[in-house]
Design a binder for this molecule. Structure first.
Ligand code: LLP
Length: 387
Protein backbone atom coordinates (compact mmCIF):
# COMPACT_ATOMS: atom_id res chain seq x y z
CA UNK A 1 0.00 0.00 0.00
CA UNK A 2 2.75 2.45 -0.84
CA UNK A 3 2.24 5.85 -2.39
CA UNK A 4 -1.52 5.65 -2.54
CA UNK A 5 -2.37 8.25 0.04
CA UNK A 6 -2.21 11.10 -2.41
CA UNK A 7 -4.37 9.25 -4.95
CA UNK A 8 -6.98 8.47 -2.33
CA UNK A 9 -6.94 11.80 -0.52
CA UNK A 10 -9.86 13.27 -2.42
CA UNK A 11 -11.94 10.13 -2.71
CA UNK A 12 -15.16 9.54 -0.79
CA UNK A 13 -14.81 6.92 1.91
CA UNK A 14 -15.43 4.20 2.89
CA UNK A 15 -14.13 2.74 -0.34
CA UNK A 16 -12.87 -0.55 -1.67
CA UNK A 17 -9.44 -0.14 -3.20
CA UNK A 18 -8.49 -2.78 -5.75
CA UNK A 19 -4.97 -3.15 -7.08
CA UNK A 20 -5.64 -4.67 -10.52
CA UNK A 21 -1.96 -5.23 -11.51
CA UNK A 22 -1.51 -7.18 -8.25
CA UNK A 23 -4.65 -9.20 -9.04
CA UNK A 24 -3.33 -10.06 -12.50
CA UNK A 25 0.05 -10.99 -11.09
CA UNK A 26 -1.56 -13.24 -8.46
CA UNK A 27 -3.72 -15.03 -11.02
CA UNK A 28 -0.74 -15.50 -13.33
CA UNK A 29 1.44 -16.90 -10.54
CA UNK A 30 -1.36 -19.26 -9.50
CA UNK A 31 -2.04 -20.34 -13.05
CA UNK A 32 1.62 -20.95 -13.88
CA UNK A 33 2.04 -23.00 -10.72
CA UNK A 34 -1.04 -25.08 -11.62
CA UNK A 35 -0.04 -25.43 -15.27
CA UNK A 36 3.21 -27.09 -14.20
CA UNK A 37 1.17 -30.20 -13.36
CA UNK A 38 -1.66 -29.69 -15.85
CA UNK A 39 -4.08 -28.66 -13.07
CA UNK A 40 -7.07 -26.41 -13.79
CA UNK A 41 -8.17 -23.52 -11.55
CA UNK A 42 -11.74 -22.33 -11.21
CA UNK A 43 -12.03 -18.98 -9.46
CA UNK A 44 -14.59 -19.19 -6.61
CA UNK A 45 -16.73 -16.19 -7.45
CA UNK A 46 -18.29 -16.08 -4.02
CA UNK A 47 -15.06 -14.54 -2.70
CA UNK A 48 -15.53 -11.42 -4.80
CA UNK A 49 -18.04 -10.84 -7.59
CA UNK A 50 -17.11 -7.23 -8.35
CA UNK A 51 -17.51 -6.75 -12.13
CA UNK A 52 -14.05 -5.28 -12.69
CA UNK A 53 -12.46 -8.14 -10.79
CA UNK A 54 -14.40 -10.74 -12.79
CA UNK A 55 -13.57 -9.06 -16.10
CA UNK A 56 -9.87 -9.23 -15.23
CA UNK A 57 -9.85 -12.81 -13.96
CA UNK A 58 -11.94 -14.22 -16.81
CA UNK A 59 -9.31 -13.07 -19.30
CA UNK A 60 -6.49 -14.94 -17.60
CA UNK A 61 -7.37 -18.52 -18.45
CA UNK A 62 -9.16 -19.74 -15.34
CA UNK A 63 -12.70 -21.06 -15.03
CA UNK A 64 -15.43 -20.11 -12.54
CA UNK A 65 -16.85 -21.86 -9.51
CA UNK A 66 -20.38 -20.58 -8.89
CA UNK A 67 -22.86 -21.11 -6.07
CA UNK A 68 -26.00 -19.54 -7.48
CA UNK A 69 -27.77 -19.00 -10.77
CA UNK A 70 -26.97 -15.31 -10.51
CA UNK A 71 -23.25 -16.08 -10.15
CA UNK A 72 -23.42 -18.33 -13.23
CA UNK A 73 -25.15 -15.61 -15.28
CA UNK A 74 -22.70 -12.94 -14.09
CA UNK A 75 -19.65 -15.16 -14.70
CA UNK A 76 -20.73 -15.77 -18.29
CA UNK A 77 -21.58 -12.09 -18.80
CA UNK A 78 -18.12 -11.11 -17.53
CA UNK A 79 -16.30 -13.40 -19.94
CA UNK A 80 -15.94 -16.85 -18.35
CA UNK A 81 -16.59 -19.73 -20.75
CA UNK A 82 -19.75 -21.72 -19.86
CA UNK A 83 -17.78 -24.92 -20.44
CA UNK A 84 -15.45 -23.80 -17.66
CA UNK A 85 -18.16 -23.11 -15.08
CA UNK A 86 -18.96 -25.45 -12.20
CA UNK A 87 -22.04 -25.09 -10.04
CA UNK A 88 -21.82 -25.97 -6.34
CA UNK A 89 -24.05 -25.50 -3.31
CA UNK A 90 -26.32 -27.55 -1.05
CA UNK A 91 -29.49 -25.72 -2.08
CA UNK A 92 -29.72 -25.29 -5.84
CA UNK A 93 -33.22 -24.23 -6.91
CA UNK A 94 -35.03 -25.70 -9.94
CA UNK A 95 -34.65 -22.40 -11.77
CA UNK A 96 -30.92 -22.28 -11.12
CA UNK A 97 -30.48 -25.88 -12.29
CA UNK A 98 -32.38 -25.05 -15.48
CA UNK A 99 -30.23 -21.98 -16.14
CA UNK A 100 -27.06 -24.01 -15.63
CA UNK A 101 -28.29 -26.71 -18.03
CA UNK A 102 -29.34 -24.19 -20.65
CA UNK A 103 -25.81 -22.76 -20.54
CA UNK A 104 -24.17 -26.19 -20.86
CA UNK A 105 -21.87 -25.69 -17.89
CA UNK A 106 -19.01 -28.09 -17.17
CA UNK A 107 -20.48 -29.78 -14.10
CA UNK A 108 -22.83 -29.72 -11.13
CA UNK A 109 -21.11 -30.49 -7.85
CA UNK A 110 -24.01 -32.36 -6.27
CA UNK A 111 -24.57 -32.64 -2.57
CA UNK A 112 -27.52 -34.96 -1.94
CA UNK A 113 -29.42 -37.93 -3.29
CA UNK A 114 -32.55 -35.86 -3.72
CA UNK A 115 -30.69 -33.18 -5.66
CA UNK A 116 -29.45 -35.78 -8.16
CA UNK A 117 -33.06 -36.83 -8.79
CA UNK A 118 -34.17 -33.24 -9.36
CA UNK A 119 -31.27 -32.46 -11.73
CA UNK A 120 -32.07 -35.62 -13.67
CA UNK A 121 -35.74 -34.68 -14.05
CA UNK A 122 -35.00 -31.14 -15.20
CA UNK A 123 -32.26 -32.31 -17.58
CA UNK A 124 -34.50 -34.87 -19.23
CA UNK A 125 -37.34 -32.35 -19.59
CA UNK A 126 -34.87 -30.10 -21.45
CA UNK A 127 -33.44 -32.99 -23.49
CA UNK A 128 -30.00 -32.43 -21.93
CA UNK A 129 -27.44 -34.56 -20.15
CA UNK A 130 -26.24 -33.11 -16.84
CA UNK A 131 -22.61 -33.62 -15.91
CA UNK A 132 -22.43 -34.59 -12.28
CA UNK A 133 -19.53 -34.47 -9.84
CA UNK A 134 -20.34 -36.10 -6.52
CA UNK A 135 -19.29 -33.98 -3.57
CA UNK A 136 -17.96 -36.38 -1.03
CA UNK A 137 -17.56 -35.37 2.56
CA UNK A 138 -14.10 -36.76 3.37
CA UNK A 139 -14.26 -36.11 7.14
CA UNK A 140 -10.97 -34.20 7.18
CA UNK A 141 -10.54 -31.48 9.79
CA UNK A 142 -9.44 -28.26 8.07
CA UNK A 143 -8.12 -26.89 11.38
CA UNK A 144 -9.60 -23.51 10.66
CA UNK A 145 -12.41 -21.40 12.14
CA UNK A 146 -15.40 -23.69 12.81
CA UNK A 147 -17.67 -21.46 10.71
CA UNK A 148 -15.54 -22.17 7.63
CA UNK A 149 -14.83 -25.86 8.20
CA UNK A 150 -16.88 -27.84 5.73
CA UNK A 151 -15.52 -31.36 5.40
CA UNK A 152 -16.49 -32.97 8.69
CA UNK A 153 -19.29 -35.49 9.23
CA UNK A 154 -21.20 -32.92 11.27
CA UNK A 155 -21.18 -30.36 8.43
CA UNK A 156 -24.14 -30.06 6.07
CA UNK A 157 -21.98 -30.37 2.96
CA UNK A 158 -21.49 -33.30 0.63
CA UNK A 159 -22.99 -36.72 0.16
CA UNK A 160 -22.83 -39.02 3.14
CA UNK A 161 -20.87 -42.19 2.58
CA UNK A 162 -23.82 -44.50 3.24
CA UNK A 163 -25.70 -42.84 0.36
CA UNK A 164 -23.06 -43.24 -2.32
CA UNK A 165 -24.36 -46.52 -3.68
CA UNK A 166 -27.84 -45.03 -4.06
CA UNK A 167 -26.32 -42.10 -5.96
CA UNK A 168 -24.51 -44.42 -8.34
CA UNK A 169 -27.66 -46.43 -8.91
CA UNK A 170 -29.63 -43.30 -9.81
CA UNK A 171 -26.90 -42.07 -12.15
CA UNK A 172 -26.70 -45.46 -13.90
CA UNK A 173 -30.45 -45.61 -14.39
CA UNK A 174 -30.84 -42.14 -15.84
CA UNK A 175 -29.60 -41.32 -19.32
CA UNK A 176 -29.90 -37.62 -18.44
CA UNK A 177 -27.03 -37.92 -15.95
CA UNK A 178 -23.34 -38.43 -16.57
CA UNK A 179 -20.85 -38.95 -13.76
CA UNK A 180 -17.83 -36.80 -14.60
CA UNK A 181 -16.14 -36.15 -11.30
CA UNK A 182 -15.57 -36.42 -7.60
CA UNK A 183 -15.56 -33.20 -5.61
CA UNK A 184 -14.01 -32.44 -2.23
CA UNK A 185 -13.69 -29.22 -0.22
CA UNK A 186 -12.74 -29.23 3.42
CA UNK A 187 -12.70 -25.59 4.45
CA UNK A 188 -11.25 -22.16 3.95
CA UNK A 189 -8.21 -20.16 5.14
CA UNK A 190 -6.20 -23.36 5.50
CA UNK A 191 -2.60 -22.59 6.36
CA UNK A 192 -1.46 -26.05 7.40
CA UNK A 193 -0.51 -28.06 4.33
CA UNK A 194 -0.86 -31.27 6.35
CA UNK A 195 -4.61 -30.79 6.04
CA UNK A 196 -4.25 -31.20 2.28
CA UNK A 197 -1.98 -34.18 2.76
CA UNK A 198 -4.72 -35.86 4.77
CA UNK A 199 -7.22 -34.86 2.12
CA UNK A 200 -5.08 -36.54 -0.56
CA UNK A 201 -5.10 -39.78 1.44
CA UNK A 202 -8.92 -39.71 1.53
CA UNK A 203 -9.22 -38.71 -2.12
CA UNK A 204 -6.96 -41.60 -3.14
CA UNK A 205 -9.16 -44.00 -1.18
CA UNK A 206 -12.32 -42.70 -2.81
CA UNK A 207 -10.76 -42.60 -6.23
CA UNK A 208 -9.75 -46.26 -5.86
CA UNK A 209 -13.27 -47.12 -4.59
CA UNK A 210 -14.85 -45.79 -7.77
CA UNK A 211 -12.16 -47.17 -10.07
CA UNK A 212 -12.50 -50.64 -8.59
CA UNK A 213 -16.22 -50.53 -9.28
CA UNK A 214 -15.58 -49.77 -12.93
CA UNK A 215 -16.15 -46.01 -12.88
CA UNK A 216 -13.55 -43.96 -14.66
CA UNK A 217 -14.17 -40.53 -13.26
CA UNK A 218 -12.39 -37.99 -15.47
CA UNK A 219 -12.25 -35.09 -12.98
CA UNK A 220 -11.00 -34.89 -9.42
CA UNK A 221 -12.01 -31.53 -7.98
CA UNK A 222 -10.09 -30.75 -4.80
CA UNK A 223 -11.99 -27.57 -3.94
CA UNK A 224 -10.28 -24.49 -2.54
CA UNK A 225 -9.32 -23.18 0.84
CA UNK A 226 -5.69 -22.14 0.41
CA UNK A 227 -5.04 -19.62 3.18
CA UNK A 228 -3.28 -16.28 2.98
CA UNK A 229 -0.99 -14.33 5.30
CA UNK A 230 -3.36 -11.87 6.99
CA UNK A 231 -0.68 -10.83 9.49
CA UNK A 232 1.77 -9.56 6.87
CA UNK A 233 -0.06 -8.95 3.59
CA UNK A 234 3.05 -7.61 1.85
CA UNK A 235 5.07 -10.72 2.58
CA UNK A 236 4.66 -13.95 0.72
CA UNK A 237 2.57 -16.56 2.46
CA UNK A 238 4.36 -19.72 3.62
CA UNK A 239 1.69 -21.72 1.88
CA UNK A 240 2.14 -20.26 -1.58
CA UNK A 241 0.72 -21.57 -4.83
CA UNK A 242 3.87 -23.50 -5.75
CA UNK A 243 4.05 -25.62 -2.64
CA UNK A 244 0.25 -25.99 -2.59
CA UNK A 245 0.12 -27.57 -6.04
CA UNK A 246 3.36 -29.47 -5.51
CA UNK A 247 1.81 -31.18 -2.50
CA UNK A 248 -1.01 -32.55 -4.64
CA UNK A 249 1.50 -33.57 -7.29
CA UNK A 250 3.37 -35.54 -4.63
CA UNK A 251 0.44 -37.19 -2.88
CA UNK A 252 -2.44 -37.62 -5.33
CA UNK A 253 -2.65 -40.99 -7.02
CA UNK A 254 -4.34 -40.33 -10.33
CA UNK A 255 -5.91 -42.91 -12.58
CA UNK A 256 -5.15 -42.78 -16.30
CA UNK A 257 -6.56 -39.71 -18.02
CA UNK A 258 -7.75 -37.96 -14.89
CA UNK A 259 -7.77 -34.16 -14.65
CA UNK A 260 -7.34 -32.27 -11.40
CA UNK A 261 -9.38 -29.14 -10.72
CA UNK A 262 -9.28 -26.57 -7.91
CA UNK A 263 -11.69 -23.87 -6.77
CA UNK A 264 -9.66 -21.02 -5.31
CA UNK A 265 -11.23 -17.85 -3.98
CA UNK A 266 -9.42 -16.13 -1.13
CA UNK A 267 -5.88 -16.85 -2.32
CA UNK A 268 -6.72 -15.21 -5.67
CA UNK A 269 -8.40 -11.99 -4.55
CA UNK A 270 -7.72 -11.28 -0.87
CA UNK A 271 -4.47 -9.40 -1.24
CA UNK A 272 -5.48 -7.07 -4.05
CA UNK A 273 -8.22 -5.42 -1.97
CA UNK A 274 -8.16 -3.01 0.95
CA UNK A 275 -10.97 -1.21 2.67
CA UNK A 276 -10.05 2.47 2.91
CA UNK A 277 -11.66 4.53 5.60
CA UNK A 278 -11.32 7.92 7.28
CA UNK A 279 -10.92 8.54 10.98
CA UNK A 280 -14.04 10.38 12.05
CA UNK A 281 -13.25 10.86 15.72
CA UNK A 282 -10.66 10.04 18.32
CA UNK A 283 -12.06 9.29 21.71
CA UNK A 284 -9.72 8.94 24.65
CA UNK A 285 -11.46 6.78 27.22
CA UNK A 286 -10.27 5.95 30.70
CA UNK A 287 -8.97 2.55 29.69
CA UNK A 288 -8.87 2.76 25.93
CA UNK A 289 -8.35 5.10 23.04
CA UNK A 290 -10.88 4.63 20.30
CA UNK A 291 -10.38 5.55 16.68
CA UNK A 292 -13.85 5.75 15.19
CA UNK A 293 -13.84 5.13 11.44
CA UNK A 294 -16.38 5.86 8.72
CA UNK A 295 -16.25 2.15 7.75
CA UNK A 296 -17.69 -0.58 9.89
CA UNK A 297 -18.90 -4.17 9.97
CA UNK A 298 -21.34 -3.24 7.19
CA UNK A 299 -18.39 -2.79 4.82
CA UNK A 300 -16.20 -5.62 6.17
CA UNK A 301 -17.95 -8.20 8.31
CA UNK A 302 -15.12 -10.69 8.87
CA UNK A 303 -13.71 -9.24 12.13
CA UNK A 304 -17.19 -9.04 13.71
CA UNK A 305 -18.33 -12.45 12.46
CA UNK A 306 -15.20 -14.57 12.83
CA UNK A 307 -12.99 -12.37 15.01
CA UNK A 308 -10.80 -12.36 11.92
CA UNK A 309 -7.56 -10.40 11.93
CA UNK A 310 -7.03 -7.78 9.23
CA UNK A 311 -3.95 -5.61 9.36
CA UNK A 312 -4.85 -1.96 10.01
CA UNK A 313 -2.48 0.65 8.61
CA UNK A 314 -2.31 4.42 8.56
CA UNK A 315 -1.74 5.74 5.05
CA UNK A 316 1.05 8.15 5.88
CA UNK A 317 2.02 11.35 4.17
CA UNK A 318 5.71 10.87 4.38
CA UNK A 319 6.86 7.32 3.84
CA UNK A 320 10.44 8.42 4.51
CA UNK A 321 9.86 8.89 8.23
CA UNK A 322 11.49 6.02 10.05
CA UNK A 323 8.93 3.95 11.91
CA UNK A 324 10.77 4.29 15.25
CA UNK A 325 10.74 8.07 15.13
CA UNK A 326 6.97 8.27 15.28
CA UNK A 327 5.36 8.09 18.67
CA UNK A 328 2.81 5.31 18.67
CA UNK A 329 -0.49 4.92 20.46
CA UNK A 330 -2.76 1.92 21.01
CA UNK A 331 -6.27 2.24 19.63
CA UNK A 332 -9.35 0.11 19.42
CA UNK A 333 -10.28 0.61 15.77
CA UNK A 334 -14.07 0.72 15.63
CA UNK A 335 -16.82 1.53 13.14
CA UNK A 336 -19.95 3.66 13.38
CA UNK A 337 -22.45 0.79 13.58
CA UNK A 338 -24.59 0.31 16.67
CA UNK A 339 -23.03 -3.00 17.73
CA UNK A 340 -20.14 -3.63 20.08
CA UNK A 341 -18.82 -6.26 17.68
CA UNK A 342 -18.23 -3.46 15.17
CA UNK A 343 -14.52 -3.49 15.81
CA UNK A 344 -11.65 -4.01 13.35
CA UNK A 345 -8.96 -4.51 15.96
CA UNK A 346 -8.20 -4.03 19.63
CA UNK A 347 -5.12 -2.26 21.00
CA UNK A 348 -3.73 -1.68 17.54
CA UNK A 349 -0.41 0.17 17.71
CA UNK A 350 -0.43 3.05 15.25
CA UNK A 351 1.14 6.49 14.85
CA UNK A 352 -0.96 9.09 16.69
CA UNK A 353 -4.15 9.52 14.66
CA UNK A 354 -6.12 12.67 13.95
CA UNK A 355 -9.55 13.27 12.47
CA UNK A 356 -9.43 12.83 8.69
CA UNK A 357 -6.51 10.36 8.61
CA UNK A 358 -6.84 7.64 5.98
CA UNK A 359 -6.75 4.07 7.25
CA UNK A 360 -6.28 0.93 5.16
CA UNK A 361 -7.75 -2.35 6.35
CA UNK A 362 -5.76 -4.88 4.43
CA UNK A 363 -6.47 -8.24 2.76
CA UNK A 364 -10.10 -7.27 2.25
CA UNK A 365 -10.37 -8.42 -1.37
CA UNK A 366 -11.91 -11.77 -0.43
CA UNK A 367 -15.20 -12.08 1.43
CA UNK A 368 -15.19 -8.31 2.00
CA UNK A 369 -17.33 -6.43 -0.48
CA UNK A 370 -19.49 -9.52 -1.11
CA UNK A 371 -20.47 -9.77 2.54
CA UNK A 372 -21.24 -6.08 2.98
CA UNK A 373 -24.74 -5.05 4.02
CA UNK A 374 -27.07 -2.09 4.25
CA UNK A 375 -27.62 -2.48 8.00
CA UNK A 376 -28.15 0.97 9.57
CA UNK A 377 -29.15 2.02 6.04
CA UNK A 378 -25.55 2.34 5.04
CA UNK A 379 -24.91 3.92 1.68
CA UNK A 380 -23.50 2.13 -1.39
CA UNK A 381 -19.76 1.49 -1.41
CA UNK A 382 -17.23 3.66 -3.22
CA UNK A 383 -14.45 2.18 -5.36
CA UNK A 384 -10.96 2.99 -6.53
CA UNK A 385 -9.23 0.76 -9.05
CA UNK A 386 -5.48 0.97 -9.47
CA UNK A 387 -5.11 0.24 -13.18
N1 LLP B 1 -15.23 -24.42 -3.03
C1 LLP B 1 -16.23 -24.57 -2.15
C2 LLP B 1 -17.14 -25.70 -2.26
C3 LLP B 1 -16.39 -23.62 -1.11
O1 LLP B 1 -17.37 -23.78 -0.22
C4 LLP B 1 -15.49 -22.53 -1.01
C5 LLP B 1 -15.64 -21.52 0.04
C6 LLP B 1 -14.47 -22.41 -1.97
C7 LLP B 1 -14.37 -23.39 -2.96
C8 LLP B 1 -13.48 -21.29 -1.96
O2 LLP B 1 -12.70 -21.33 -0.83
P1 LLP B 1 -11.45 -20.33 -0.66
O3 LLP B 1 -10.38 -20.72 -1.65
O4 LLP B 1 -11.93 -18.97 -0.88
O5 LLP B 1 -11.04 -20.55 0.74
N2 LLP B 1 -16.83 -16.07 4.34
C9 LLP B 1 -15.71 -16.83 4.85
C10 LLP B 1 -15.24 -17.87 3.87
C11 LLP B 1 -16.31 -18.84 3.44
C12 LLP B 1 -15.81 -19.83 2.44
C13 LLP B 1 -16.94 -20.62 1.87
N3 LLP B 1 -16.54 -21.60 0.91
C14 LLP B 1 -14.59 -15.89 5.25
O6 LLP B 1 -14.77 -14.68 5.15
O7 LLP B 1 -13.54 -16.34 5.72
Amino acid sequence: MENVREELQNQSTPLYYYDLPLLRETVNVAKNAADRYGYKIHYAIKANNNSRILEEISQLGVGADCVSGAEIALAIEKGFQPAEVVFAGVGKTDKEIQLALENDILAFNVESVQEIGVISEIASSLGKVANIALRINPNVDAKTHHYITTGLDENKFGIMMHELDTCLEIIENHASLSLVGLHFHVGSQITDLNVYKRLCVKVNEWNAYFYDRGYTVPILNLGGGLGINYMEPDEESIVNFSNFFYLFHQFLELKPGQEVHFELGRSIVANCGSLISRVLYIKNGLKKNFAILDAGMTELLRPALYQAYHKVELLQEDKQIEEEEISKVRYDIVGPICESSDCFGKDVLLPELIRGDLIAIRSAGAYGEVMSSRYNLRQPLNYFYKE
